[in-house]
Design a protein around this ligand. Structure first.
Ligand SMILES: NC(=O)c1ccc[n+]([C@@H]2O[C@H](COP(=O)([O-])OP(=O)(O)OC[C@H]3O[C@@H](n4cnc5c(N)ncnc54)[C@H](O)[C@@H]3O)[C@@H](O)[C@H]2O)c1
Ligand SMILES: O=C(O)C[C@H](O)C(=O)O
Length: 358
């Protein structure tokens, strides 16, 4: 990138929103400030991150939090609606990441070109009475389109997939990448971080601890009984009564539904999800940078069970997933729950795969 081009592109984005009289269209169809001598030296070193679905309930706070992340030098915000406003707004934050907005499908490939990390919260959320699987018919097609463009423009990017039903959208993304000949299982991660965030919070409440000191592995998948908190492996080591185990497992598995019902038709978790997505994206970026010992739970192409996709603790590195951590010793309750979770997961994976292969 030429010197000043970061700053100019920032001006371009603001300009395309405000369009004052001293602006003229540049060769990319945007507008640029005339008669302004720009002295900025350019962006700081860092990663290029795209958010697809950036104008949504998750997308907006997620975009704001990623603009605050010091590892991000360029932030591309893509949506089919409202990105000029969101981009203009976020670009005024005095943090170093340069923000650019992209609107509509004919700007999708530009939004993705050269990205290191792509975060996908695009798609419809649940309303009360719906399951995540009820979102399949709309969100499967959205994820397919977005992943086709990723395969073309940033095939080596790490992909963090948030759109539900995650248990099926991750297999859909994998099939799209396989078809395109770009599939690298290490680089595709379904985001289950919100389950871990909730588990840490609820366990901390019961144990009277600070949630920041609690670590609960959550394995399986991201829907109902496929969300399996391993309470026998909580750190710091804690023992729970059978009643506590039942209460905590149920609350963690139904945390999403709790929010959907509380929002009463206005969507599902957005703010806690944006927090969780940034926590996870930051872990991916630190690992890309070479930081050691980054371990997180994620729903990935997995060798931990006989299922092709499974959420468990993985070690992240410069290439994405570098190691699967073993499930560890399970309690009888967890072993029985795992068997039930695996049955449902297998069906959801198959549904995603056959959506592309049909
Ligand atoms: N993985 C998780 O833990 C988790 C947590 C919460 C929500 N979710 C899921 O995240 C998704 C988004 O939730 P939300 O609350 O932000 O919904 P939302 O409706 O508020 O926002 C979704 C955004 O996606 C955009 N969009 C729609 N089609 C698109 C396309 N083809 N390309 C790009 N953008 C497109 C919409 O314009 C909208 O701005 C839902 O599927 C929801 O179920 C997942
Ligand atoms: O519950 C939902 O539909 C959204 C999300 O998957 C969540 O866990 O909050």
């Amino acid at each position: 990138m030429e010197p000043n081009s970061y700053a100019n592109s920032r001006i371009t984005r603001i300009a395309s929103h405000l369009n004052p009289p001293n602006l003229k269209m540049n060769e990319h169809g945007g507008s640029s400030l005339t008669n302004v001598h720009c002295r900025a030296k350019g962006g700081t070193p860092g990663f290029k991150v795209a958010i697809l679905g950036a104008a949504g309930g998750i997308g907006q706070p997620l975009s704001m939090l990623m603009k605050m992340n010091l590892l991000v030098s360029v932030l591309h915000l893509y949506d089919v609606v409202n990105t000029p406003g969101v981009t203009s707004d976020i670009s005024h934050m005095d943090t170093s990441a340069v923000v650019r907005g992209f609107l509509g499908q004919n700007q999708l490939e530009d939004a993705l070109t050269g990205m290191d990390l792509v975060i996908i919260p695009a798609g419809v959320p649940r309303k009360p009475g719906m399951t995540r699987d009820d979102l399949f018919n709309i969100n499967a097609g959205i994820v397919k389109t977005l992943c086709e463009a990723i395969a073309k423009r940033c095939p080596k990017a790490i992909v963090n997939l948030i759109s539900n039903p995650v248990n099926s959208t991750v297999p859909i993304a994998a099939e799209v990448f396989k078809r395109a000949g770009t599939y690298d299982p290490k680089r595709l991660l379904g985001v289950t971080m919100l389950d871990v965030v909730r588990a840490n919070t609820f366990v901390a409440e019961v144990m009277g601890l600070d949630p920041r000191d609690v670590d609960v592995p959550v394995v399986g998948g991201h829907a109902g009984i496929t969300i399996l908190p391993l309470l026998s492996q909580v750190k710091p080591p804690s023992s729970f009564t059978p009643k506590e185990i039942e209460y905590l497992t149920d609350r963690i598995q139904n945390g999403g539904t709790e929010v959907v019902e509380a929002k009463a038709g206005a969507g599902s978790a957005t703010l806690s999800m944006a927090y969780a997505a940034v926590k996870f994206a930051d872990a991916c970026l630190r690992a890309l940078k070479g930081e050691a010992d980054i371990i997180q739970c994620a729903y990935v192409d997995s060798q931990v069970t006989e299922l092709p996709f499974f959420a468990s603790k993985v070690r992240l590195g410069r290439n994405g997933v570098e190691e699967f951590l073993p499930l560890g010793p399970l309690s009888d309750y967890e072993r029985a729950s795992l068997e039930k979770a695996k049955k449902e997961l297998a069906t959801s994976v198959e549904k995603g795969v056959s959506f592309i292969r049909k």
